[in-house]
Design a binder for this molecule. Structure first.
Ligand code: GLN
Length: 537
């Protein structure tokens, strides 16, 4: 059966990094509050096939989906705001579109045609978008086009989406343009001209926006919105303002006050129930804790760009809200020496995932500090590997290492599995996506999850070397989680330590504002205990 979805296409103008993804995700959350089933697509017009090979400084963290696709971090926002698991196909890149079209051409599928951007590339884009609609059976599909209108790379996508409106009909597709309205302090006024220009640029692609969402530093007033409506030719009620706010989770409440949901429901004729936003309001309220503050030091290589650890940051916020506390994150550069001075004031330490040798010695310093001073330490992926390496070194395996960093080490406690050794390509060849993990009775991991078996998302090549499993166990390392066949170590912890837990997977990809992740909650609970202990109450 062909399922008829409606599409909301979100474009951006003026400047990048204005929170187009958050805005689109907030629209989705509002529609969900009317009982509408929503899914999301992120279009990234770059040529990379996926974001797996991108340096985090380029576009922030790589978000991993259940089905093991390495995607743009906006998919993380969508999963958290919509509370759904998205398919990796929801991230469409120029690389995926072109490689698919070229594959068809090589197979002779175009029967002698000259293969061109229009219609072959644009048709492929529409097919990919419609496929997500079909597979998800969502009533509304949000389609966010990355970049800003006017970029050469995004032109085929805009053309395809313009055609989509024509083919699906006016009542089934709407366009939302997100712009930035700067406030000029010297002149003491907001300027609408950049919004007018970018709307004009959008119109030159044949797309007429139905709604303009103006991001701004401060709130803009109705006369200014009317001016934008007038010059950009949209209805007055369709000019929406989202000024800067303290928490991204407040954005749905802000756009709700501007009646975004009602406008969209009427514009694309959606069957909606009565609105119920109470769950989200509760989430926002619970995030506003100020009274009890607990600190976490994140020891990473990309700490100058918080987006590089987006899901971890959000997971910590969710867990803190769950415990009724506020978490203060301190970003600590792993490339420096990590000593007492850097970490002794902290209630807890977290070592995130990563690749490459840079920063490893700082991470190992942090593990040693945690072991010697009994400070709660949470290691994720590379973080867990560092815990195992430093633990082994302190237990007498001098020079123990991961073969990722030292192929000649005498004690390769972290190593590649045989099947990984044959792989030459970098893209999409790691252990990726969701895998089951069996938990050992009586461990912290088991207690935190409260379940026998869980499923978590992975993104790594290296594993704890099974040759060292028994000796490490003899030294006191607890293997608290393994693959169901017991072959791969998924979680480790220690007995004589208040909280020393590492996982080979990335729990941060599954935390939601309304469903804090149990391991993050358990970690912050230990941080809170340490905080109380340190402050003597
Ligand atoms: N570099 C390590 C590996 O490939 C860890 C990866 C990660 O932390 N995501 O196994």
């Amino acid at each position: 059966m062909v399922y008829l979805s409606k599409y909301i296409v979100v474009t951006g103008g003026v400047v990048s990094s204005i929170g187009k993804g958050i805005t689109a995700a907030s629209i989705g959350r509002i529609l969900r509050s009317y009982g509408v089933d929503v899914t999301a697509i992120k279009i990234d017009p770059y040529l990379n096939w996926d974001s797996g090979t991108l340096n985090p400084y380029q576009h922030g963290e790589v978000f991993v989906t259940e089905d093991g696709m390495e995607t743009d971090l906006d998919l993380g926002h969508y999963e958290r705001f919509l509370d759904v698991n998205l398919s990796g196909k929801s991230n469409i890149t120029t690389g995926k579109v072109y490689s698919s079209v070229i594959n068809h051409e090589r197979k002779g599928d175009y029967l002698g045609s000259c293969v061109q951007i229009i219609p072959h590339i644009t048709n492929k884009i529409k097919d990919m978008v419609r496929k997500i609609a079909q597979e998800s059976q969502a009533e509304v599909v949000l389609v966010e086009v990355g970049g800003t209108v006017g970029d050469i790379e995004s032109q085929p996508f805009l053309e395809a989406l313009r055609q989509l409106r024509n083919e699906e009909g006016h009542d089934n597709v709407m366009f939302v343009h997100v712009t930035y309205v700067p406030y000029l302090r010297a002149a003491g006024e907001f300027k609408t001209k950049p919004t007018q220009h970018s709307t004009k640029e959008l119109r030159s692609t044949g797309i007429i926006p139905d709604m303009i969402i103006c991001r701004s530093e401060l709130s803009i007033d109705q006369p200014l919105k009317n001016k934008i409506a007038h010059f950009c030719d949209v209805e007055r009620e369709a000019v929406i303002n989202t000024p800067d706010v303290g928490s991204i989770y407040e954005v749905p409440l802000i756009i709700n006050r501007e009646n975004v949901g009602e406008y969209i429901i009427n514009r694309i004729k959606i069957d909606a129930c009565e609105q119920d936003l109470t769950e989200w309001e509760k989430v926002v309220e619970s995030l506003k804790q100020e009274d009890y503050q607990v600190s976490v030091g994140i020891i990473g290589k990309y700490v100058e760009l918080e987006d590089a650890y987006m899901s971890i940051r959000e997971s910590l916020k969710h867990a803190a809200a769950n415990l009724g506390i506020k978490v203060n994150i301190e970003w600590i550069q792993a490339e420096n020496i990590i000593d007492e001075e850097k970490v002794s004031h902290l209630d807890s330490i977290l070592i995130p995932g990563g690749f490459g040798e840079r920063g490893i010695s700082g991470k190992l310093d942090a593990v040693r500090y945690s072991l010697q001073n009994k400070v709660p330490l949470f290691g994720i992926c590379l973080g867990m590997q560092c815990m195992v390496i430093e633990f082994a070194r302190l237990e007498g395996f001098e020079g123990a290492h991961s073969t990722e960093f030292d192929t000649e080490t005498t004690y390769p406690v972290i190593d590649l599995m045989e099947e990984q050794k044959k792989i030459k390509n970098m893209g999409g060849t790691m252990r990726l996506g969701s895998y089951p993990c069996k938990l050992k009775d009586g461990t912290m991991a088991h207690e935190a999850y409260g379940e026998e078996e869980v499923s978590e998302r992975h993104r790594h090549r290296y594993e704890l070397n099974n040759d060292y499993r028994d000796v490490l166990r003899e030294k006191g390392l607890i293997i608290s989680g393994t693959s169901p066949d017991d072959f791969l170590v998924e979680m480790i912890e220690l007995k004589d330590h208040p909280w020393f837990l590492g996982c080979q997977f990335h729990p941060e990809f599954k935390s939601r504002p309304n469903k804090a992740h149990p391991i993050f909650v358990s970690f912050l609970r230990a941080a809170l205990e340490n905080h109380k202990h340190k402050s003597g109450n």
